[in-house]
Design a protein around this ligand. Structure first.
Ligand SMILES: C[S@@+](CC[C@H](N)C(=O)[O-])C[C@H]1O[C@@H](n2cnc3c(N)ncnc32)[C@H](O)[C@@H]1O
Length: 250
């Protein structure tokens, strides 16, 4: 069953104080890299999966996009998103991405920022996203990187005089129970190979992959981000709807 941790009052309170929650896209260190993967948005019909406070939806509209459908499971996240939105072309919908249904060939771009590592049945969702895109349509997303999600207990250790990330259980895919902002936050770990094989099997042509870490300028401005270069925390992907390779068709 879906946890919906963002509706937990304590979790929501802490999440609401994060830089990315207060400042929006500009407060998300990976945003410049993710933005660079997006196509020209003019007139594009967009679907945002796990939209949170709706920062991307509002930004997309400022860039001249067409209508944006923005989906999230959390009432609290959607409530805040609606408060900040005065644009009838952005439609927020409460739905669980594990069970959602999507219209066929209805979107030019499907976007998702940091939501897919909560999804257990990713194959179902990716197949739906493929069908919801027009042929050639774009799918751009970020997730927590598998090196970050893998460990049974996430954390840094001092090793040979430097901060090091403990990587274990990498090939043991499945649920992880983490203490991130609150105790017992459930996420899903899958390997890089699983992620990309799912995309390929569902009929996506992957056009760009980035194992994101902060750049020199970002570290100069915020030195504590330096250790984020010890391992990638985020995976950014751009793909396009292609046809399902005949060898993989059911
Ligand atoms: C880290 S936040 C990211 C929010 C926004 N995309 C951003 O980047 O600012 C993850 C979001 O995914 C949503 N989410 C997690 N699991 C979900 C599910 N099964 N169905 C729909 N939304 C989900 C959460 O409620 C939360 O708003």
């Amino acid at each position: 069953m879906t946890q919906n941790i963002y509706d937990n009052p304590e979790f929501f309170q802490v999440y609401s104080q994060m830089r990315r929650s207060v400042q929006g896209l500009e407060g998300a260190a990976e945003w410049p890299a993710l933005r660079a993967l997006l196509p020209e948005l003019q007139g594009k019909r967009i679907l945002d999966l796990g939209c949170g406070f709706g920062w991307f939806a509002r930004w997309a509209r400022e860039q001249g996009s067409g209508p944006v459908q923005a989906i999230d499971i959390s009432e609290k996240m959607l409530g805040r998103a609606k408060e900040m939105t005065a644009d009838a072309q952005i439609v927020y919908e409460r739905a669980d991405l594990e069970e959602v249904e999507l219209p066929a060939a209805a979107f030019d771009l499907v976007f998702s920022s940091l939501a897919l590592h909560y999804i257990e049945n990713l194959q179902r969702l990716l197949a739906l996203v493929h069908a919801a895109l027009i042929p050639g349509g774009w799918f751009v997303f970020s997730v927590e990187h598998p090196v970050y999600t893998a460990p049974r207990r996430q954390g840094w250790v001092e090793y040979e005089g430097q901060q090091s990330w403990v990587l274990n259980s990498y090939l043991a895919e499945g649920m992880r129970c983490t203490d991130w902002l609150a105790k017992g936050v459930i996420k899903q770990h899958r390997t890089l190979a699983t992620m990309f094989n799912l995309l390929l099997r569902c009929g996506f042509a992957v056009t760009h992959v980035e194992e994101w870490g902060p750049g020199e300028e970002q570290i100069a401005a915020t030195p504590e981000m330096g250790r984020e270069r010890e391992r990638p925390m985020l995976l950014l992907v751009a793909a396009r709807r292609a046809s399902i390779p005949s060898a993989l068709q059911p």
